[in-house]
Design a protein around this ligand. Structure first.
Ligand code: 5AD
Ligand code: SF4
Length: 437
């Protein structure tokens, strides 16, 4: 039997889909297939912005015909959107052909839900208010070789006023550091070369005391594992970004000199309305502290435009922050009101046209930084972890420590290997050159 998983949203979801695949395989769905040929289709949804939801709704609508044509096809919908208040009912109403709805806290139960559904005609809807166990005990089907994700925390306690994550993923819980270190060791032993530690706010790891170490200590322990590999982590909340963490990043070559530190806005008033708990000056102080310890550290960010009541001047402060903090790249978003969050109640909605104009300007600024950051590598040699082959370009590709994508020709399959790329030219985030070793 065959399965197909549709994933929306962040790396956390990509990794959770690897766990869903493992559960499906345990239930006899032993092969991944195109959507049209699958015996079970699982939608792993995201609700962080409205367009992610619309996307899932659109794709689900398109399944109606397939479901009619393919007898025995099961359709399951899980993830953040399914967990959102009232959404499970809405999903069933709009798409009565859905067989299973499961949430973010009970992914591990999917196997039982499939069995249950097979024994009854009625749809199975199963949502839990909170995560019951920290360890899900699922051995994921890894899809990202030579990269692999490792969860260190689940959930978030921050309640940034625009964000729905704390409502759909619950309070932050930390995995025991021994479990994490064991998982990283196993991955390195089986040949994975880039491990990314995942949490909504990795810096508050162990806030519940269940981790056993602080985040810098955990990072130190992971980076002390023998073998040639890279270590990344995301996401870091600037309010908890410490000198101790920077010391550990500096101490280990294995930890990439590339940090994702979402600023969200460059305006103090907007930051306060966002409940981010830092000011522009404090953010820039932390950047300064980082750069004085590790001058070549690449810094990336998330930025939101069009937050309720954001003035033109306040938006310009975000633009100038891009310049001042010298972000190597940044994800830019138009604010999207999410039901149940504080910001959704705030006055001063910014019209679509203004928001679009602002994001275009911000993207141009970010692109300029991206270009400058890539240019710095031209004429130099940079280490690339080869990840893939692009048949259209006829080139292998992979990222360097700073997240730049390097392209090069090779007779040999180099996927999973580190190569030294002599960079000849740059284009946006991409570097082109020849391999030296
Ligand atoms: N609207 C726009 N962007 C959002 N993000 C989170 N919630 C919203 C929202 N309601 C962005 C933040 C966060 C990233 C993962 O998504 O920038 O860091
Ligand atoms: Fe959302 Fe803020 Fe938590 Fe990130 S830190 S998941 S933006 S509430």
């Amino acid at each position: 039997m065959k399965y197909h998983i549709v994933t929306y949203g962040c790396q956390m979801n990509v990794h959770e889909s690897e766990k869903i695949a493992a559960i499906l395989r345990g239930k006899g769905y032993d092969r991944e297939s195109p959507l049209e040929e699958a015996d079970i289709i699982v939608f792993n949804t995201c609700c962080i912005r409205e367009n992610a939801e619309n996307h899932a709704f659109g794709n689900l609508g398109a399944l109606k015909k397939l479901k009619r044509e393919r007898k025995g096809l099961l359709v399951a919908v899980g993830g953040c959107m399914a967990q959102e208040a009232g959404k499970a009912e809405l999903l069933k109403e709009k798409f009565p052909f859905i067989d299973i709805v499961f949430g973010t806290h009970n992914l591990g139960e999917l196997g039982e839900l499939i069995d249950r559904k097979k024994g009854q005609k009625k749809a199975v809807i199963s949502l839990k208010e909170e995560r019951e166990a920290v360890e899900d005990g699922i051995e994921p089907v890894r899809t990202g070789f030579p990269g692999a994700f490792v969860n260190i925390t689940y959930g978030c306690n921050n309640f940034c006023s625009y964000c729905i994550v704390p409502y759909v993923r619950g309070r932050e819980v930390s995995r025991d550091f021994r479990e994490i270190v064991k998982e990283v060791e196993g991955l390195v032993r089986s040949g994975f070369r880039e491990i990314t530690l995942l949490g909504q706010n990795v810096n508050s790891y162990n806030s519940d005391g269940r981790g056993g170490l602080s985040f810098p200590e955990l990072l130190d322990a992971c980076a002390s594992i023998e073998g040639k590999f890279r270590l990344r982590f995301m996401t870091s909340h600037p309010k908890d970004f410490s000198e101790e963490l920077v010391r550990v990043v500096k101490k280990h070559d294995k930890i990439c000199n590339c940090l994702h530190l979402p600023a969200q806005s460059g305006s103090d008033r907007i930051l306060s309305l966002m409940n981010r708990k830092y000011t522009r000056a404090q953010y820039l102080d932390r950047v300064k502290m980082l750069r004085s310890a590790i001058p070549d550290c690449a810094l990336t960010s998330d930025l939101i435009v069009g937050f309720p009541s954001e003035t033109e001047e306040e938006f310009e402060e975000t633009v100038s922050l891009v310049r001042e903090a010298e972000f190597a790249s940044a994800f830019t978003f138009i604010y999207s009101p999410r039901t149940g969050t504080k910001a959704a109640q705030m006055p001063g909605r910014i019209d679509e046209e203004t928001a679009k104009r602002r994001i275009m300007k911000l993207i141009a600024e970010v692109n300029e930084n991206t270009r400058k950051c890539s240019e710095k590598f031209v004429g130099k040699t940079t280490e690339i972890l080869c990840e893939d082959y692009d048949p259209k370009k006829g080139l292998y590709l992979g990222r360097n420590e700073a997240g730049r994508m390097g392209y090069f020709a090779s007779e040999k399959n180099l996927i999973g290997e580190f190569v030294d790329l002599k960079v000849e030219r740059a284009n946006g985030v991409s570097l082109f050159g020849t391999v030296e070793n």
